[in-house]
Design a protein around this ligand. Structure first.
Ligand code: HEM
Ligand SMILES: [Cu+2]
Length: 492
């Protein structure tokens, strides 16, 4: 098979297609509902820090734990829905395995909810060793174990799904390198502008997430053993490295999976194809290593870390946002510029996501500089940067794709008022939420504190107002999805 033949789409039977669409919708609705609930948790935390709501510190940390693990889970399941939807157009994926992962995911969610709200586990989603084992009575060993088991089985479900991705990609392209476009990049094959961006991005996500989740599984098992056999004391720094490798990779990969919606949909709305080319392949090849290499930026205040790892992480962090962001942002601008695109809510969300991702990377890179990190480490600057690119980068990709599935993007009708209300409430709220976190961090307000000092309370109150706007916007989006999505047929 020559490279030029590689772009054709796969034919499935109607019943397989119908089943696949239902599965994708289930992923999106589950993801959006979890996001909404977790946003309510975020609002609660902000209101508590702002003294407008009184909750005990134990409940605060339970909410913080469920919020962290919940949004990451929602991001993973929804972005997997986006990715699977497009990838299956080019390689033959199994509906059964897609559903299996979904069911395993829901099982893990139930276990995690039980561990937090019944077992009172409040050791944060990062389950940083040895914290889960030393709760000083706040939660039992069993609760900590249930939490880690829940995360572990979600990881196992994903590994099964990625095996299917890998099998299908190899069946069509022969090697991961070829799927990534490396044979074209290095001149072994002529450049095929139709080689699907969805396949390139999916291969990258598959590689990094497989390794990230494998590291996660190792550290979860070691943590579980320690809970029951305290004589088994793994090296704390090793544990932290594995945990942050896993956590960093899995949340970042959700963006790289969801950006496929931008590649696939903007061309549709502008009538201009997204052409893959050598810079595109080079960027995605680089990001495979960068996403994995930068994780020590979470360990910059861990002085026993070897300096080379920290310095490498700082340098890679500088560069890590750039390759894919540049080819994607530039590509998106070129596609949209003077295209006469109709500004549906779908299109607005996808273009907003480019801004949110690009702009959100800036405070992240700042914090990955060792000298800045000395001051900003563990301040609200950190939630500031990641809420920025998750709320304004990742979520608009996912919500934009959901809108597309309802048919909104292709519709000739004027944008509905409810959609506009939702969009602007969300946009203003999300921007404010992130900026207030950043401003708080710049003023040295620590992160993960249930109670705030009197001079910090004003920030938290502005943050509470901002959070309410996000929740209102999200409510509009979700109602829209719940009304329009179930009956929507596959956009042609
Ligand atoms: C209305 C929207 C949201 C609000 C008001 C909100 C608020 C918060 C607050 C108050 C915290 C704890 C900050 C602290 O350390 O004091 C937090 C942590 C966090 N949020 Fe959000 N959040 C929102 C949405 C999201 C979304 C959509 C995501 C991801 C897609 C997200 C990811 C996280 C993560 C990963 C943490 C860290 C938890 C930890 O420190 O263990 N948040 N958020
Ligand atoms: Cu990171």
């Amino acid at each position: 098979m020559s490279a030029a033949e590689t772009s054709g789409k796969i034919e499935y039977s109607d019943s397989v297609n119908r089943n696949a669409l239902i599965a994708v919708k289930a992923h999106l609705i589950a993801g959006l509902l979890v996001f909404l609930l977790m946003m309510l948790g975020g609002l609660t935390m902000r209101a508590a820090q702002g003294t407008w709501l009184e909750i005990g510190a134990d409940l605060f940390y339970q909410i913080m734990t469920v919020h962290g693990v919940g949004v990451v889970g929602a991001a993973v399941i929804a972005s997997t829905g986006v990715q699977w939807y497009f990838l299956r157009q080019y390689v033959r994926l199994s509906n059964g395995i897609f559903w299996t992962n979904f069911i395993i995911f829901l099982t893990g969610v139930v276990m995690i909810l039980g561990s937090i709200f019944v077992g009172k586990y409040g050791g944060a989603w990062t389950f940083l060793y040895p914290l889960p084992a030393i709760s000083m009575g706040a939660w039992s060993n069993g609760a900590a174990a249930l939490f880690q088991l829940g995360v572990l089985i979600i990881g196992v479900g994903l590994l099964i799904l990625y095996l299917d991705f890998g099998r299908a990609i190899l069946a069509r392209y022969g090697s991961l390198a070829r799927a990534l476009g490396l044979t074209q990049l290095f001149g072994k094959e002529p450049v095929d502008y139709k080689h699907p961006a969805a396949v390139v991005a999916s291969t990258m996500v598959l590689i990094v997430n497989f390794l990230g989740i494998a590291a996660g599984a190792v550290v979860l098992v070691m943590g579980l053993i320690n809970l029951y056999y305290p004589e088994f004391k793994p090296d704390a720094l090793l544990m932290k490295n594995l945990i942050y490798f896993f956590g960093h990779v899995i949340i970042n990969a959700t963006i790289y999976a969801s950006v496929i919606a931008v590649y696939e949909l903007l061309p549709r709305f502008t009538g201009r194809p997204w052409k893959t080319n050598k810079p595109f392949y080079a960027a995605w090849f680089a990001i495979v290593f960068m996403v994995m290499g930068v994780y020590p930026h979470h360990l910059m205040m861990d002085f026993p870390m070897p300096s080379w790892a920290l310095i490498a992480a700082q340098i890679l962090s500088f560069g890590s946002g750039i390759p894919v962001m540049v080819v994607t942002g530039y590509g998106a601008l070129m596609i949209v510029y003077r295209s006469g695109i109709k500004w549906s809510t779908t299109a607005k969300l996808l273009v907003l996501s480019m801004f949110g991702w690009g702009a959100g990377v800036v405070p992240a890179i700042l914090d990955a500089m060792i000298t800045v990190n000395r001051t900003f480490h563990n301040t609200l600057w950190v939630p500031g940067h990641f809420h920025f690119y998750l709320l304004i980068g990742l979520l608009p990709m996912i919500i934009g794709f959901t809108y597309y599935l309802t048919g909104e993007g292709d519709s000739k009708e004027e944008t509905k008022t409810v959609d506009n209300l939702g969009f602007y409430a969300y946009l203003i709220g999300a921007f404010m939420t992130s900026m207030v976190f950043l401003a708080s961090g710049a003023n040295s307000i620590p992160r993960r504190w249930a109670a705030h000092l009197p001079e910090w309370v004003g920030y938290a109150q502005v943050g509470t107002v901002a959070a309410s706007l996000v929740v209102i916007g999200m409510l509009f989006f979700i109602v829209r999805a719940l009304v329009s999505l179930p009956g929507a047929s596959n956009p042609r």
